[in-house]
Every structure is written in C-alpha cells, then in structure tokens.
Design a protein around this ligand. Structure first.
Ligand code: KMH
Ligand code: ZN
Length: 302
C-alpha cells in the first residue's frame, strides 16, 4: 500500500501572535518547530516567514534566511516555500524567497478569490502587537489575487526554470479546471500534487461530500497523473485529514491552518498536530512517508 505524506504548515500568514502563545514567529521558534514536526513524521514543511521583531507576515528573503539553513541542517524534510505569502502582499514580494532559495517545492494558488479569516479573528485577546488590529480589521475585505497570468508566471519561473514541483492549492472546484488548462498547455508535468483547501471563508466548506466530488472530478481530469492532499482550516482540520487518508490521499496539518489540538484546547506545537494525525493514519493500518519516499512519489529534484 502506498504511503501517506504528511505536510506540516508551520506558521502561515493568517494567524497572529496574540492568538496563540505557541504560534512560532521568531526564527529560532520557526526552525525548532519545523525540525520537531519533521521528526514527528512530517515529510514536507510548508513555510512562510515572519518579521522577527513583531511576528507580522513577511516576504523578505532575509527573514527566511534566518531559519531555512537551521532546518536544512537538522532534518531532511522537503522544503516547500509559500508563493501565496499573504493576500496583502504583491505577487513580486510573494515570489522573492522562492526565487532566491529555489526550493524543491512551492505552493501555487490556483485562482483569485475572497480570503476572509474565520471567526477566531473576533475573539478577545489579552495583548496584541500594534499591527494586528488593523491587519485583522482588514481581513473581511481581501481579494487574494492569482490571475491566470500570475499562475503561468509562477509555473514558468519556479517550475520550468528552477525545477520546483508545486503544491497546487485548490480552494474551489473551478481551480481544478484551471489546473487542467495549464496541463493542456504543457506548463506543468505530472505527477500533480493537489492540495484541496477547505475552511477558508471564500473557498469550500469542510464537507466530506465535497471531497468525494473533488476526487471524482480530479480522476476525470487527471486520471493517474495526480495525488491529492487535504487541508482544512479550523476545527475540521483533523477529521477532514483523516477522511483524506482513508480515501488514499495525503494530509496537511500545522498551526498555519489551525491553532487547536482539540475543541477548546490550543496545540502546543506543530509536532503535536503531526503526531495526532500520524496516530490516526497508523491506526488505519497505513504508514507515513519519509522525506525520501515523498521525494520519489512526487518526482522532486532532490
Ligand atoms: N493558508 C492556506 C489556507 C500559500 O501559502 O500559498 C493556504 C496556503 C497558501 O498555504
Ligand atoms: Zn501557506
């Protein structure tokens, strides 16, 4: 039986430091939580950077440079750099780190959409950095811009020119048709690693029936040429990931997508979520892919 790839998304650009004391934003914490997540079973680390002074989302390659070498020195996990960055960043900024560090993988968001925070943004918090309040207030008026030209540009610059493979982030059924369009234009090569994204307000809700439909559609569009993974932002993170594993897919967890470990209980680390889903996967009789196995399955440049 094939192995299940666990991706761990360590910090992202959605949650803010005051939402959880365990969200890593200092470079040393991003590095430590990444390595611990890899040791717990994550074959892929999906990474964003934060400003080391106050934890605000950052696209500055100098900020990535403060943790990437430490991660590479301490573990063998596949590095997957975000090209989504945050919805308030320009595309040029979003691409800077990926262009500079040439990772084996990077994310590629397959369409433009509304991108609002789930209601956790409204929860009262004890303290917050100055930047957080205006940042959060703006999150119900964001368009996450990923036009066909933007997508083609990333495919060319990161894929064709630098040999990266993509985590195709699909928040909507239409995003699968967009990917199919680029496959027909020969812009990307199989195998395609499709991340079905649930739970972002503006994208699909976390429904098992919708996942079934996505798989049926992806089978029709891509046949044997794809594998899927599931991330569900918020409370359905683990149930939807478990369902994906049961159906032969891969999973993504991490504090980028959900700050909790169970209802009302904060996750203490990314590794804790990795261990939680790993136990579920192994309890089903499946096994978890090592980084080397993930590289072979995804055809990474290594
Ligand atoms: N934050 C996730 C819902 C990216 O970094 O390119 C999607 C994401 C986007 O990870
Ligand atoms: Zn991300």
């Amino acid at each position: 039986m094939s192995k299940t790839i666990i991706t761990c998304a360590i910090t992202g650009s959605i949650h803010t430091p005051s939402m959880s004391p365990h969200l890593p934003w200092k470079p040393s914490d991003i590095a430590k939580q990444s390595v611990d997540a890899a040791r717990a079973g994550a074959a892929i680390l999906h990474l964003h950077a934060r400003d080391p002074n106050d934890g605000r989302p950052s696209a500055d390659p100098a900020h990535f440079a403060q943790f990437l070498p430490h991660i590479a020195a301490e573990c063998d996990a596949v590095i997957n750099l975000s090209t989504g960055g945050s919805a308030v960043m320009s595309l040029d900024d979003r691409l800077k780190a990926a262009l500079r560090f040439c990772p084996e993988m990077c994310s590629l968001n397959m369409g433009s959409m509304n991108f609002a925070l789930y209601p956790m943004a409204d929860k009262p918090r004890d303290w917050l950095f100055d930047w957080e309040e205006p940042f959060l207030r703006g999150t119900d008026d964001l368009v996450f811009k990923n036009t066909p030209r933007d997508i083609a540009g990333i495919m060319t610059r990161m894929g064709k020119e630098r040999g990266a493979k993509f985590e195709f982030e699909c928040y909507d059924i239409s995003h699968l048709y967009m990917l199919k369009h680029f496959v027909e234009r020969d812009m990307v090569q199989a195998p395609f690693f499709i991340q079905f994204v649930f739970g972002v307000l503006g994208g699909m809700g976390p429904d098992a029936d919708t996942l079934d439909h996505l798989i049926t559609l992806a089978d029709k569009l891509f046949g044997e040429d794809y594998m899927f993974s599931v991330l569900a932002a918020g409370r359905q993170q683990i149930p939807m990931a478990a369902r994906a594993a049961e159906l032969g897919g891969h999973v993504r967890v991490g504090l980028e997508d959900n700050l909790m470990i169970s209802r009302g209980v904060m996750a203490h680390s990314n590794a804790e979520q990795v261990m939680q889903i790993r136990d579920i996967i192994e309890g089903m009789g499946h096994s978890v892919a090592t980084p080397g196995e993930a590289r072979a399955m995804l055809g990474l440049k290594g």
